[in-house]
Write a protein that binds this ligand. Structure first.
Ligand SMILES: [Mg+2]
Length: 337
């Protein structure tokens, strides 16, 4: 039987540990990582932070997790208030201050005031498709992915609505919304993988999600001309054949802060690994946006291989580990709606 508490810890700590592995080498090149690969937790480096320090990715994910726990569900305005507390007062940070923040997230959160529609805060232009919503989506993904009836009619639409809205707090373009929804579906398939291979589970998630979009139409309130254009462009089309995608050389996999690159890189690392550690180290050693590619790959690998597969010596150095653990346990206790 699935143990929700262990699954939630696998997903959340999967993100946080992957983030912390990437922080010291963020923005370094792939060539640098090839010469000096990350093989263990490091300290200092790019942001001069002590070992086990996680970044904005985890801060925003943990703020979201806390909001869902405190409200017993998803309340967008409350999530945005917590993002503001993070950005302005250093809440949800390892050491009380923000040392890294993406420009699109920063603008959205800075622009939010109580009483405003939080779903209108995120920029929604084609150029606003950084990985800033994908990097923090895990709690919302888990909230829906844990439901065993995820693919049922009505339930799937609700999951898409929740995931789209959560992305829209900072990133409102359909490309970001779809990337986050593919993530949610992959989380579901990994949680209920049973004896299937990882690639089979991920392929099933991608196929069903892209079919959902391909067959979407005006019956959905979110479906508009931009969404239609995005679906027609088949931006995530490389994921339709994961056996071929998996075999691509790393020169065909980019690890930038663009949402499509980040999701692709995370999936590519997951498919070319057999453990949590192998997957996150591969992700971080792609270079560039190492913390976020590490975080996204880490979340998926946590769900694929389980909490116990995350190296204990990495978990032990994570700042505020016990507090994160408590949040995960509280999250397991809330009612799934
Ligand atoms: Mg970061």
């Amino acid at each position: 039987m699935n143990d929700f508490k262990q699954i939630i810890k696998a997903g959340i700590f999967g993100v946080v540990v992957g983030d912390a592995l990437g922080v010291p080498v963020e923005f370094t090149s792939r060539e640098e990582r090839r010469e000096d690969p990350v093989t263990d937790m490091r300290e200092y480096g790019t942001h001069s932070q002590p070992m086990g320090t996680w970044s904005d990715d985890s801060s925003m994910a943990l703020a979201t997790l806390d909001s869902i726990v405190k409200n017993n569900g998803i309340v967008y305005e409350d999530i945005m208030k917590r993002f503001r507390e993070w950005m302005i007062n250093g809440a949800y940070t390892p050491h009380g201050h923000v040392f890294d923040i993406g420009i699109t997230c920063s603008r959205a959160v800075a622009g939010f005031r109580p009483g405003m529609d939080p779903l209108k805060c995120g920029a929604d232009g084609e150029r606003d498709n950084g990985n800033g919503s994908l990097m923090r989506i895990m709690p919302v993904s888990l909230y829906d992915a844990l439901d065993e009836n995820f693919w049922n009619s009505g339930r799937l639409e609700k999951a898409a609505e929740n995931t789209h809205n959560a992305s829209s707090l900072t990133h409102g373009h359909p490309r970001s919304l779809m990337g986050c929804m593919i993530h949610t579906a992959i989380c579901h398939e990994l949680i209920y993988r049973n004896d299937r291979t990882v690639i089979d589970a991920v392929q099933n998630a991608v196929d069903k999600t892209l079919a959902f979009y391909d067959n979407a139409g005006e019956k959905y309130p979110w479906y508009n001309i931009e969404f239609r254009t995005e679906i027609m462009a088949d931006t995530y089309g490389r994921l339709r054949n994961l056996e071929a995608f998996k075999k691509l050389p790393d020169s065909d996999i980019k690890s930038t802060g663009y949402v499509v690159h980040t999701l692709e890189a995370a999936i590519w690392c997951l498919l070319n690994s057999e453990s949590y550690a192998e997957c996150v180290l591969k992700a971080v050693n792609l270079g560039d946006d190492t913390d976020t590619v590490g975080a996204v790959a880490g979340g998926l690998a946590g769900l694929a291989y389980g909490y116990d597969n995350i190296p204990a010596e990495w978990l032990d150095v994570i700042v505020s580990k016990d507090w994160i653990n408590g949040l995960c346990e509280d999250f397991a206790g809330i009612t799934l709606t």
